[in-house]
Design a protein around this ligand. Structure first.
Ligand code: MF3
Ligand code: CO
Length: 252
């Protein structure tokens, strides 16, 4: 069952999202060769506390950290760790902010120092794919329109779409209905209506979309060891089109 949000509730989610946006703005400066993902995680946890917010992922289904930090061939749910990020790495930082009981969810891929051209292209295409999906998130369209737009753009670039992890409704809970597939057929799936709030968060791989799960039971990585990127926004459906709650104010 999809829980429809009122304008007031969406405003509360916007406040959580504003804090999350500030985190991502800081991360752009913070992520340089020589920092560890554990340091990033600690910084995020403390920053959220300073804003009167909390990291909803910590303790969620036993997940131990404030952030997911997925490096290179890690697709999602990477555990923050002490290893230092190196020049040329790419890292996706994902988090869910809880502010006064309302949530916002956003992941972003970052380049560490100077990265190779193919990694740049992967990141660009992944971000574009997310926005192509969001553009389709209008009242009267169906979820399949969103997934199809993402898949079409990613595959046209020669990349693949991860199947096992999907976007999701969000509100007072991290994962609500509906499931938002990042692939699919136009005209299929549920119809979008005003007041739906969900994430669009494609994970796009350079090679195969097949994955394996690490021994920690969480971390997904590409089966072929090639790189993966991810961008995620939380969006609200309105009669005037989607509002990107976690918008960073970037030009696109
Ligand atoms: N932010 C993740 C998502 O997009 C949540 C991951 S589950 C967690 O769905 F346990 F890692 F938090
Ligand atoms: Co999410």
């Amino acid at each position: 069952m999809v829980i429809i949000k009122t304008a007031e509730q969406i405003q509360k989610m916007q406040e959580a999202a504003n804090i999350l946006v500030d985190v991502h703005h800081h991360l752009k400066e913070l992520i340089v060769p020589g920092i560890s993902t554990l340091e990033i995680d600690t910084w995020v946890d403390e920053y959220l506390a300073s804003r009167g917010a909390t990291a909803e992922q910590k303790g969620y289904m036993g997940y131990p950290y404030a952030t997911c930090a997925s490096v290179n061939d890690e697709i999602c749910h990477g555990f923050p760790r002490e290893d230092l990020l190196k020049d040329g790495d790419i890292v996706t930082i994902d988090m869910v902010v809880n502010y006064n009981g309302w949530l916002a969810d956003s992941a972003w891929s970052y380049a560490v120092g100077n990265i190779d051209d193919e990694s740049k292209r992967l990141m660009e295409v992944t971000k574009e794919s997310m926005y192509k999906g969001i553009e389709q998130a209008i009242v009267g369209n169906r979820l399949g329109d969103v997934g199809h737009a993402i898949q079409k753009h990613a595959e046209a670039a020669g990349f693949s779409v991860v199947r096992e992890f999907v976007g999701h409704g969000i509100g007072k809970n991290i994962h609500e209905d509906p499931q938002v597939l990042h692939y699919g057929m136009p005209g299929r799936g549920i119809r979008l209506t005003e007041g739906m709030v969900f994430t669009v968060e494609p994970m796009i791989n350079m090679g195969t979309f097949r994955l394996t799960i690490d021994g920690n039971g969480w971390t997904a990585r590409t089966a072929d060891g090639k790189r993966s990127a991810q961008y995620e926004h939380t969006i609200a459906i309105t009669e005037n089109g989607p509002i990107i709650l976690t918008d960073q104010g970037e030009l696109r």
